[in-house]
Design a protein around this ligand. Structure first.
Ligand code: SF4
Ligand code: SF4
Length: 380
């Protein structure tokens, strides 16, 4: 492990969050109260020490920031008001920018102007596509209604075009995320490591990745279990919506209006409920600022929440207008929905707030690989 010191590290980290971590005098209270401090993982005092000493490589090879779910207990009990929980949050943003090879993540996290500019450019491109490009190909709003009285959505947003577009977008996003996860793996497991991990250990421990993505058990270690539920509902709603839109669009975007108990509608209603519930808790908490985990919000937190809320609201509007036979209103809300959804997926998923959903379970997996690593044999 390199011991190259970077005294400017503390200043760099402060661009990713709020806190003056140099006030920490290492009393250890935060480590004592943190529900995750076990088995040699000292949350979060050790990270503050690394940051103060400017040990950049050690910090970048840490998994701990991803295991923290920001319960806020450390921040509440810190006698120096050093906001250790906020340090963990800032470290997650910092690490996201370090895994990302394009440099866009760093740019978005350190400049809201850049992030907003990218969002606006993608939104404009989407609007131009629906108002000019698709109509020039013959896909215009058909105001006649279906036999059930619904709107002919496929007349202006044909599945034959939308489905390949969704797949292209998914492949781009997945490629970016996977390449960043490989860089994360390199930093945590490979770079300067004195140990090796066998292929069998990689295979044997893989279930942890799936399990932690699906159930987020570390989150449940925090005292307030309600937040686990709201976060899980939000995450599951988002994942279901992403899968049905990208993988099953011909099944999901139909002109036929199915009865309310049809799986297509039930799945859509569940995902909408999960998203709305999780968003309500997160936004309400951030407005009230009573709970410490909602007290300090980075601009990237707000952008993600606002974009996701607008995506859900416009999605609900599309559904209401479509089943009630209102073609113009459906058309406008569909364009608005896509103008928010596309930039959100292209920016938030690989480069910003959303990416933590991928990095967290991988961190748990990599942590387990590290635990099972064996020292490298040196040639004599
Ligand atoms: S962050 Fe606060 S609680 Fe934790 S070691 Fe430093 S001074 Fe103590
Ligand atoms: S926010 Fe909670 S889980 Fe995270 S380091 Fe602090 S006490 Fe531990």
């Amino acid at each position: 492990m390199s011991t190259r010191l970077q005294p400017e590290l503390s200043g760099q980290l402060m661009k990713y969050g709020i806190g003056d971590w140099n006030t920490c005098y290492h009393c250890g209270t935060c480590t004592a109260v943190c529900p995750l401090s076990e088995n040699g993982f000292l949350f979060p005092r050790k990270k503050i020490r690394l940051m103060q000493m400017g040990l950049k490589d050690e910090l970048e090879s840490s998994v701990e920031p991803w295991l923290c779910y920001y319960c806020g207990q450390c921040t509440t009990t810190c006698p120096r008001d050093a906001k250790p929980g906020e340090l963990m949050m800032s470290l997650r943003r910092y690490l996201t920018s370090k895994y990302d090879w394009t440099g866009l993540s760093r740019r978005f996290y350190t400049s809201e102007i850049w992030e907003l500019a990218y969002i606006i450019v993608f939104a404009i491109l989407v609007i131009i596509s629906y108002l000019f490009i698709l109509p020039s190909m013959g896909f215009v709003l058909d105001k006649t209604l279906t036999p059930e009285g619904g709107v002919r959505v496929n007349s202006f947003a044909p599945v034959s075009i939308m489905e390949p577009f969704d797949w292209i977008m998914a492949v781009i996003v997945a490629s970016l995320l996977i390449s960043n996860i490989l860089r994360m793996y390199y930093k945590i497991i490979w770079k300067n490591s004195p140990s090796t991990v066998s292929l069998w250990i990689h295979i044997r421990e893989f279930w942890r990745l799936i399990f932690n993505f699906a159930f987020q058990p570390k989150f449940n270690k925090c005292d307030d279990k309600r937040y686990w539920l709201s976060h899980w509902l939000l995450m599951s709603g988002y994942t279901i919506m992403f899968i049905v839109i990208v993988v099953y669009l011909p099944w999901f975007q139909t002109e036929k209006i199915f009865p309310v108990w049809h799986p297509q509608r039930l799945l859509g209603y569940y995902a909408t409920f999960g998203l709305l519930f999780g968003l309500f808790i997160a936004i309400y908490g951030r407005i009230l600022k009573k709970d410490v985990k909602f007290r300090f919000s980075h601009i990237s937190d707000w952008l993600f929440l606002v974009m996701l809320t607008l995506t859900v609201i416009t999605g609900i509007l599309i559904h209401i207008f479509r089943v009630n036979g209102l073609p113009e209103a459906t058309h406008i809300s569909y364009i608005a929905h896509m103008a928010i959804l596309v930039p959100m997926i292209l920016i938030e998923v690989p480069f910003s707030k959303w990416s933590h959903l991928a990095y967290r379970p991988f961190a748990v997996y990599f942590q387990q690989l590290k635990k099972n690593a064996v020292p490298k044999k040196h040639k004599t």
